[in-house]
Design a binder for this molecule. Sequence first.
Ligand SMILES: C[S@@+](CC[C@H](N)C(=O)[O-])C[C@H]1O[C@@H](n2cnc3c(N)ncnc32)[C@H](O)[C@@H]1O
Length: 269
Amino acid sequence: MVALPLARAVGRGGRVVGLDLSRGMLAVAAAKAAAEGLLAPGGPLELVEQDADAASFPHGSLDAITCSAALPFLTDTPRTLATWHSWLRPGGAGSSSRSSSSSSSSTSGCSCSSSSSSRGAGAGGGAGGGDGGLLAFNAFAAPNSPEFGIFLRLLADRHGIEVEDPCERLGSEERCAAAMAAAGFVDVQVVREEFDDTRPRSLEAFVDSWWRQCACSPFAPLDALLSPEQVEALRAEWVVLATASAAQRLVGGSVVNRPVTFVVTGRRP
Ligand SMILES: C[S@@+](CC[C@H](N)C(=O)[O-])C[C@H]1O[C@@H](n2cnc3c(N)ncnc32)[C@H](O)[C@@H]1O
């Protein structure tokens, strides 16, 4: 989790809140953080199980917010970016105001961090210009995997249900930059990155994991859209197509994904 390097960076004088919906994800982070002595009360890191859409922080209270591979799961991107903008400490390019908040937070794989001694530590990366509150997140080109694209096509073809791909809204450099500008961020930088995701997983495990992601997408909750029989029929058809598709990327018995990501940074003026 991105909250861990942030907590290391701010040290005991700072505070980082790592927020995620998933108890399992938080348990993994907690085990790693505890081993390093990073967890509060002795350390700077607090881990919170919460829906990022329900999170709340005082306006202007955070030095930095980071969100790693989670923004596509939040269903109202413009509202989310505007909310995060309001939580950040003002003072970027064109502004003379500054603060040295000693609170911080993070959301859904988003980590918001702050420290009076190391503002935005660990998350700054390539953001240049002023030194207002920093937002850093990554977005993905759509579809995030060919198999998710197959799922969306099947849903449309078999049931006439058109579902937005959650990665579509921030699925290019231009869209990322436009969304940041619309939310009021300045010094915006968008860097395109491509990499091979080579985590070892068999064809069967890959397809199984992607079915679970397809079936519980917040944009297409299948249980609410289809009957159990329709879901099962869709799953069976998708598994055949997805298995054939993913098999083309088998390397040494493991499926390799090649997602295109956009690393986005900007500041609150
Ligand atoms: C691809 S994982 C990334 C995990 C972690 N941020 C990292 O970079 O290692 C996406 C994470 O987003 C979390 N997530 C999805 N929707 C969320 C929401 N509404 N609020 C908080 N977390 C959410 C999931 O539980 C999952 O852990």
